[in-house]
Design a binder for this molecule. Structure first.
Ligand code: HEC
Ligand code: HEC
Length: 209
């Protein structure tokens, strides 16, 4: 009897999984019209609005973050203004299928890397990176999906700085259900001071392209 219940639950969850189709970039393109006002038509980002480049990111990471914004695990109370704004936008994506569709469209975009804006010693930054960051994000900051660690190479330097500051200040990664954010928050705290943060950002920016 018990076994039947377990099997039935299993079948149900398999069926639910199958109901979610691959992302459709054509549907996603329509949804992306809203996103473009901040992230740019080619996903290149907009510093004045604090909206980062999206085109270097992998689909799994984008989907995870959109679902986190939607549920307030990222961008909830205690977050930065930008993260709260983004959470407000994510709730306009109706469901998980819409998240997949818009992500599939972002994968077709190729907005360029933004200009250097953060000054730091990229050699010292490289030492910090190899010591503290590369194990998860990859030696060339290319990311590691198996560890949920996003690609950092190609990200705006001002955005990297803002996120490291947010992790360090407990504005990101503090929500009790933010399992991966918590891991990263602990790592951001390992950098000794603000200069070290700038150095590591300068190193990551030098890995773009
Ligand atoms: C009102 C401006 C605005 C709009 C519209 C907007 N965003 Fe954002 N988005 C932001 C800001 C600001 C951030 C940075 C949040 C932070 O600092 O944590 C962000 C962050 C993100 C991130 C996280 C990137 C990362 O590296 O972790 C993704 C993914 C994203 N947005 C996708 C979208 C999508 C998809 C849409 C459309 C449904 C959208 N955004 C609409 C402002 C916007
Ligand atoms: C234990 C593995 C791990 C280590 C080590 C690590 N990170 Fe991360 N990092 C993550 C994960 C996981 C995320 C995604 C967090 C989330 O889901 O919100 C992340 C996210 C980030 C982000 C946000 C990227 C974005 O697009 O929003 C930055 C910036 C970052 N890490 C920089 C660093 C730096 C710099 C170091 C070294 C000081 C480092 N990380 C070390 C796992 C790690």
């Amino acid at each position: 009897m018990r076994m039947t219940t377990v099997l039935f639950a299993l079948l149900l969850s398999v069926a639910a999984g199958a109901a979610l189709a691959e992302g459709d970039p054509a549907v996603g393109k329509v949804l992306y019209a809203t996103c473009a006002s901040c992230h740019g038509a080619a996903g290149e980002g907009n510093r004045a609005l604090g909206a980062p480049r999206l085109t270097h990111l992998g689909a799994a990471y984008i989907e995870d973050q959109l679902l986190k914004f939607k549920s307030g695990i990222r961008g909830g109370s205690g977050s930065s203004t930008g993260a709260m704004q983004m959470a407000g936008m994510a709730v306009t994506l109706q469901d998980e299928q819409a998240v997949r569709d818009v992500t599939a469209y972002i994968a077709t975009l190729d907005g360029p890397v933004s200009a250097v804006t953060v000054e730091g010693n990229d050699e010292l930054g490289g030492d910090y990176f190899n010591q503290f960051c590369g194990a998860c994000h990859g030696a060339a900051a290319e990311g590691n999906p198996a560890l949920n660690s996003p690609r950092l190479a190609g990200s705006d330097d001002w955005y990297l700085l803002a996120q490291l500051d947010a992790f360090r200040a407990g504005q990101r990664g503090a929500h009790p259900q933010d399992r991966t954010g918590k891991q990263m928050r602990a790592m951001a705290g390992v950098l000794p001071d603000d200069q070290a943060v700038r150095d590591v950002v300068a190193f990551i920016r030098s890995r773009a392209e």
